[in-house]
Structure formats: C-alpha cells, structure tokens
Write a protein that binds this ligand. Structure first.
Ligand code: LER
Ligand code: MN
Length: 278
C-alpha cells in the first residue's frame, strides 16, 4: 500500500477537506519532505494544474499524483450529475471530462465524489440514479480509452442524501457496469454510515480502487477513536494494495497534522504487514 495526502490550491474553499492549501507544486515538495508517496489534487478546474511544472516536481521528488478529486465542482459551483437541468449535468460532465484528461497525464484516477449530487425534494432516488448513471457512463466513455479509473465515493448523510454507505456505492458501481468505475471507501464516512468496517470492506473487496483515511473527527489518524489496528488488518486481509490517502483537517496546524498522518499510517501498515501470514 502507498500513502497519499489530499491537498488543494491556496484559494480553495473551506469545503475542500484538505490539510495543505498552497501552490500545488509546493504541496508536492512539502509532501515529499514529510515522506508521502503521492499527492491527491483536490481541484475545481483541471486548468489549475501547470502540467509541465507538476511533472518536473514529481520527477524531482519521486512522488505520484494517484488521484484528482472534484468535490469543489459541487460545493463551489453546484454542478452535479443528478441535477434535473440537462445543461447543468452537461457542465458537470464537461468539468469531470477535463479532469479525466488531466488525470491521464499523471496516471491518476478521478474521484467523482460529491459531483454525484443529491436527490432533490419531490424526486425519487431512482430518478436521481438514472441521471447519475447516464452521466457516469458519459465520463466512462472518456476515461476508458485513456486508462483512467473513475471513483465513486459514498459520502455521509450530513453532506449529501444519495450514495451514503458502501453497500449503496457498490450497488451503483455494479449498475454502472463499466470496468473503469470503482468504489472509493472513506473511513470518515464509513464510521457514520456503515455498520461494520470489516463487512463493508469485504463485500467491496473486488471493486475498491482507492481509499480515503481520516480519524473519527476528520483529524489525522490516531487523533480520534477509529479502530485503526483493526482497519489495517482488514485492508491487509482483503489484499488491498492501492493508495490510502489522508483527507484530513488542517488542525491543530497543517504541518503537524500532515506529519502525524504519515507517521501513524506508516507504523500501522508496517505492523499489519508483520502480522500477515506468509
Ligand atoms: C471527499 O472526498 C469527501 O470525503 C467528502 O466529505 C467531501 O467531498
Ligand atoms: Mn473523502
């Protein structure tokens, strides 16, 4: 498993749940100094990234961009896949398609997170699901030839009212029926929505493309009350070998939180590997 950190540009809104807000290339240098393997870029527009300069920073540091995330497209611009207005859906798909083309430059995945949208008052979950699936299908048409995976992230009920737990995420991934569409469990949301970490991870084991980690309070792992020893063991048991990326709040201070996350996650993964039967 590799360890990433979610970051955003200096002007990102508070609704981008990231620990570092800085020039994106400087974020890469800061993550490298802390010992991370990768940097997840939380973007509003694909055009925020200076591709040649970012590639130079990645080559110089040996870091990767494993994922581009897109929550600000929903939170800042209110564009989403379940919207009743086709023009809004088209704009959301267009923004994600640009991020897919950007992700292809880096071998990254694209998290479609909150861009999934909501079930609006007076509408049914099924109507939302149908609009959502049509949009994900259009994104998959762009992503598949480029070899980019699209991630579906269950998000807790206090942020959206559609695709909240891993079972709902898994069902929609299966309904999408596209090999590039994968599930992205996030421990923070799972702690609210899923009855059992083990049951949820085991049910989804063949569909997981990426994992977000935070503690129960969205602070760095180790600073809340999630059962991390058990979670590391589950990830090892299901043979998950992708990225776990810390999506945490910049508290008590960005660098202290980022340092705690990498220290805690490296130690926990090493201990779980030691316990793994050969
Ligand atoms: C994003 O990864 C996330 O976890 C949400 O809470 C907000 O988009
Ligand atoms: Mn997340």
């Amino acid at each position: 498993m590799k360890i990433g950190l979610a970051v955003a540009a200096a002007d990102a809104l508070p609704s981008a749940f990231v620990v570092l807000r800085d020039d994106l290339c400087r974020c890469v240098d800061r993550c490298a100094a802390l010992g991370y393997d990768g940097v997840e870029l939380a973007l509003r527009y694909a055009g925020e990234v200076d591709v040649p300069e970012m590639k130079r920073r990645l080559a110089a540091t040996g870091l990767e961009v494993p994922c581009i995330s897109s929550g600000q497209v929903f939170a800042a611009d209110h564009l989403y896949f379940t919207h009743p207005d086709p023009a809004v859906r088209d704009a959301a798909v267009g923004r994600i398609a640009d991020m897919i083309r950007l992700a292809a430059e880096f071998g990254a995945k694209v998290n479609t997170g909150r861009v999934r949208g909501i079930v609006r008052e007076g509408e049914t979950v099924e109507a939302a699901a149908e609009r959502y699936l049509a949009c994900i299908g259009r994104c998959a048409d762009v992503a598949e030839p480029l070899g980019v995976e699209l991630l579906v992230e269950p998000v807790n009920r206090y942020e959206v009212n559609f695709i909240n737990d891993c079972a709902e995420g898994l069902e929609i991934v299966k309904r999408a029926g596209r090999r590039c569409v994968k599930l992205m469990p996030d421990l923070f949301h799972m702690n609210i929505e899923d009855a059992s970490f083990r049951q949820a991870f085991e049910a989804a084991r063949d569909y997981i493309g990426y994992v977000h980690v935070a503690d129960s309070n969205r602070l760095a792992p180790g600073w809340g009350h999630l059962p991390f020893d058990e979670i590391f063991q589950i990830l090892s048991d299901i043979r998950y070998d992708g990225y776990i990326t810390a999506e945490i709040l910049p508290k008590p201070a960005p660098d202290a939180a980022a340092a705690q996350a990498i220290r805690f996650l490296r130690a926990g993964l090493a201990a779980a590997a030691d316990l793994r039967p050969g």
